[in-house]
Design a binder for this molecule. Sequence first.
Ligand SMILES: *Cc1c(COP(=O)(O)O)cnc(C)c1O
Length: 236
Amino acid sequence: MELLIGETIAERVQSVLSKIRSAEERAGRSGGSVRLVAVTKTVSVDHMTEGLQAGLTILGENRVQEALPKRAALTEAPVRWHFIGHLQRRKVRSVIGLFEMIHSVDTVDLAQEIDRRAGESGHRQSVLIEVNMGNEPTKAGFHPEDVVRSVLSMAELPHIGIKGLMTIPPQTDNPDSSRPYFRKLNELAREIAAFKIPSVRMDELSMGMSNDYEVAIEEGATLVRVGTALFGARHV
Ligand SMILES: *Cc1c(COP(=O)(O)O)cnc(C)c1O
């Protein structure tokens, strides 16, 4: 599949946004129900600025030491920052209050640390719970069979707001192979929502990357995390 459509970042932003709108329509979902998180790891501040000028509104970074200086360099632009990568406990303190959403809560221990640090600084941090849908040994995230129980225990943490689930399915060249994982994540979210816990919302499903975001939208994604299709292949 051709991931990179368009010559310039502006053209690619337009192309991805229009594919998102078409996928929403195909799936019978209302326009604007899916938000694009532009994944800017390894991307320069200049290219990020170009993307923002072309209509990007949410930037996703996966490493604290890369995200913080970029964030400092882009203070003029009206941008929302999301943290999408594995977050080490000892770095939690430096990210609280800086990211609208942390997509990648992958242990109860991490949730507790976010809760503690958010409490100290008077924040309530919105988070998503990462689920390792493929049960891959190399991947972070809760195993699907543990996630309901774990969410119920994290629901008691007063300074985090659980907003939904996130997944990175097993890597594949065929976007349709991701579909069952996306569908199952959606089902897990519905199962958790049925508990009607006041502090837990299941409004957001963060799933779908450059090669499978349209399939993810058909399966209910509300946040798609797209890097390569906007900024080109990463060389590091
Ligand atoms: C890099 C990354 C993406 C984007 O991947 P692309 O294939 O470049 O679109 C999405 N989610 C996470 C967690 C990532 O680390």
